[in-house]
Design a protein around this ligand. Structure first.
Ligand SMILES: NC(=O)c1ccc[n+]([C@@H]2O[C@H](COP(=O)([O-])OP(=O)(O)OC[C@H]3O[C@@H](n4cnc5c(N)ncnc54)[C@H](O)[C@@H]3O)[C@@H](O)[C@H]2O)c1
Length: 333
């Protein structure tokens, strides 16, 4: 089938290669012509070193590449998803399935990325979120990986499953697009915190506590927003949390490590050199929690470090000395 991937960063490139491997016709679109030129001239994406780009992969910076596509994948940073969707108006054929593979919540509106796409493109285009524990570097190396194709439109979720799935890339479907997108976006906050704890020299105990209590607060917000509790125990919940909090591939974790070592926040983000989604997700997550009246102490703590310059060590002590609680909140209800 004819497909296009918009955004030629590490993730867009790795996914374009999966689609190509499965026999699809694929165009990889770059936001800037200069980026497309580098791919053409070097035959490699600098974010995926050592993975040669197949010659059959069409490279362009012309958005007309989406014409006639059965599926278009948006793989930009979350802040650019709406504007990229907007630029597709009038270019995209009616019925083309639009897939978001970015991880974030829209700043200012606090909408999920697929809701923002839907607002821009209207009901003519089924929208799907494809998320899960997946580092571009590992998908590029064809390491076995499993993700979730979530949509309110089952046929669209299944089309995405069919186009992407192969013996190294397993795709499950889910109707819980809210739960899937929120899990994928909010875990980046916890990854930043996990990195920060590593940077401060804490150990496995701290990280395990952070991940577990982090998942509790992610699920609390996710359920309040209409997600299903089970989704947070799945690939885009606990799965994505494990992969991002424990790996050096995770730029959110690496950024957290720098902050934990005392590097100022903006300098740490600059050093990473690619989008650090957890930084934005912390602000939107905190805002959503306040709006929904949901307690998210770790997210609040992260916000105070990232945006208010608070000392992470002080913040850890504050988290550890919060009022006594039961672990399972509703066990006494
Ligand atoms: N890298 C991964 O392993 C991975 C895995 C799963 C999901 N994701 C998610 O996918 C998204 C993209 O990640 P990435 O790793 O490919 O990022 P990246 O930083 O490697 O690349 C982002 C791409 O977006 C383009 N871009 C920048 N500004 C833009 C704009 N205003 N409009 C359109 N395009 C713009 C850049 O030119 C670049 O090609 C993020 O939301 C990330 O969380 C990444």
């Amino acid at each position: 089938m004819k497909t296009a991937v918009l955004g030629s960063g590490g993730w867009g490139t790795a996914l374009a290669m999966v689609l190509l491997e499965n026999g699809n016709e694929v165009t990889l679109w770059s936001y800037q012509e200069a980026e497309s030129r580098v791919l053409r001239e070097t035959g490699e994406n600098p974010m995926l070193k050592g993975v040669p780009l197949p010659r059959e992969l069409a490279l362009t910076s012309d958005l007309n590449c989406v014409r006639g596509c059965a599926m278009v994948v948006l793989a930009t940073p979350s802040f650019a998803v709406r504007t990229t969707a907007r630029s597709l108006k009038g270019v995209l054929d009616p019925g083309t399935v639009v897939v978001s593979v970015s991880k974030g919540i829209e700043k200012d509106t606090s909408l999920t990325l697929t809701d923002a796409i839907e607002q821009e493109l209207g009901p003519d285009h089924p929208v799907v979120a494809l998320c899960g524990p997946s580092h571009a570097e590992e998908v590029g190396r064809k390491v076995p990986t499993a993700v979730v194709s979530a949509s309110r439109n089952q046929k669209a979720a299944e089309l995405v499953q069919d186009l992407f799935m192969n013996e190294r890339f397993r795709v499950y479907t889910s109707p819980d697009i809210v739960g899937v997108e929120l899990g994928a976006a909010l875990k980046n906050i916890i990854a930043l915190c996990a990195g920060c704890c590593d940077g401060m020299g804490f150990g496995d105990n701290t990280k395990a506590a952070l991940m577990t209590r982090g998942l509790t607060e992610i699920a609390r917000l996710g359920v309040a927003m209409g997600g299903r509790k089970e989704t947070f125990a799945g690939l885009t919940g606990v799965g994505d949390l494990i992969v991002t909090c424990t790996s050096m591939h995770s730029r959110n974790r690496r950024c957290g490590i720098l902050i934990g070592q005392g590097v100022p926040v903006q300098e740490a983000i600059q050093q990473i050199g690619a989008v650090v989604e957890g930084y934005y997700a912390t602000a939107t997550g905190k805002e959503l929690a306040e709006k929904m009246g949901v307690e998210m102490p770790i997210t609040e703590a992260a916000y105070s470090v990232l945006y208010e310059g608070k000392d992470p060590r002080k913040v850890i002590t504050e988290l550890m000395t919060r009022a006594k609680k039961h672990e399972i909140e509703d066990s006494w209800l």
